[in-house]
Design a binder for this molecule. Structure first.
Ligand code: SF4
Ligand code: SF4
Length: 345
């Protein structure tokens, strides 16, 4: 069957909570977007987990939660968090892990309670480990196999950069061998550690499309659902900023709540949790930017990554950059459940 590609639009009846339980991690990936200067080094406590899950739940909407870190399985209360989310009524629960699966998490939750999303940035240790850390390929693939064996639905996130794009096609046989049902191909962003890397890690848009689209189609032919960022809108396609039209909340243990992930390196979060309530902040916050209507599309991309935009001789942008949360989905046949946005854990 030929793969079909469609844009996954923002859905009005959906609400997504991206809950960073902690910022600590056992790895030091080259492209890590976690920024302890902005997000602190604290962990959300058991009481905060309980209260914040209730705070962000909307019974009138399909509410999903993704638990992230740092490495969320390093949090001793992750199993509690998963079970509370289920008890409150979250429609789906996903754990984005680097694959080390600390605290015996597979023994403490059941496949019915959460989808597991693993991060791997190459088809073998020679490609993956220089990016994610010595031994991380072996640890991640061994634990992923164990999760599949126990019946968990397992997805995989690969963050594509100059360091691994030449090896992306070799990911497909590995995904099949591992039994992964969904593959998120993520584009490296200039955030956190990658913004400070002396060698450019970003991939040119032409190379991204030339390599990523055929790999996504190959994976789809193998029965795996694939998501990758839209990046550029098609001519005539409407631009929509998720900060205005979607219900996404990126929550950090220092109580900051962002509506846009591109803003996370700056103290411009539009919301914060104060005395158990979600409060709007005054001053120059991210939501002031969302309303700016520019021909380039996404305002934050224009401000933070202007090198991504090409201009025509008459000064008009060659493309409109889509919201970073807008995804393409490539699918040949359905194979299981799942959620998450493919953030890099
Ligand atoms: S990435 Fe751009 S379009 Fe998307 S929420 Fe942020 S500012 Fe809005
Ligand atoms: S990208 Fe994820 S696994 Fe890697 S250092 Fe950052 S938090 Fe840890």
């Amino acid at each position: 069957m030929e793969p079909e590609t469609r844009t996954v639009g923002f859905r009005a009846g959906e609400r997504n909570l991206f809950f960073h339980l902690l910022t600590a991690c056992n790895l030091k990936c080259r492209h890590c977007y976690i920024n302890p200067e902005q997000h602190g080094t604290a962990m959300a406590g058991r009481e905060e987990i309980n209260d914040w899950l209730s705070l962000f739940f909307d019974p009138a909407k399909e509410t999903n939660v993704v638990f992230l870190g740092g490495e969320p399985t390093m949090h001793p209360e992750l199993a509690f968090a998963v079970k509370r989310a289920r008890a409150i009524g979250y429609a789906s629960v996903t754990i984005d892990s680097n694959g080390y699966l600390f605290n015996d998490i597979l023994d403490r939750i059941s496949p019915a309670e959460a989808v597991l999303s693993f991060s791997l940035d190459g088809p073998d240790a020679a490609v993956n480990d220089p990016i994610r850390g010595e031994g991380s390929f072996a640890a991640c693939t061994a634990n992923l196999k164990e999760a599949v064996k126990r019946g968990f639905a397992v997805s995989l996130i690969c963050t594509v950069s100059r360091m691994n794009i030449g090896h992306l096609e070799r990911m497909v046989p590995l995904l099949e061998e591992l039994g992964v049902f969904r593959f998120f191909i993520q584009v490296i962003g200039l955030r956190g550690r990658s913004a400070k890397d002396p060698s450019p890690l970003q991939v040119a848009p032409e190379e991204w499309f030339a390599k990523v689209v055929p790999v996504a189609e190959d994976a789809a032919r193998a029965g795996i659902r694939v998501n990758y960022p839209k990046v550029y809108l098609d001519p005539g396609e409407e631009f929509r900023c998720a900060g205005l039209v979607a219900d996404n909340f990126f929550v950090f243990p220092n109580r900051r709540v962002y509506r846009c992930p591109l803003c996370e390196d700056f103290p411009v979060h539009s919301l914060e949790i104060r005395d158990g309530r979600l409060c709007e902040r005054d001053g120059l916050t991210e939501d002031r930017f969302f309303r700016l209507n520019i021909p380039e599309g996404c305002v934050m991309n224009r401000l933070l990554q202007p090198g991504n935009i090409e201009y025509l001789p008459d000064g008009r942008p060659a493309h409109r950059v889509s919201c970073c949360l807008l995804k393409q989905e490539v699918c040949a046949k359905s194979r299981g459940q799942g959620t998450g946005d493919g953030r890099q854990p």
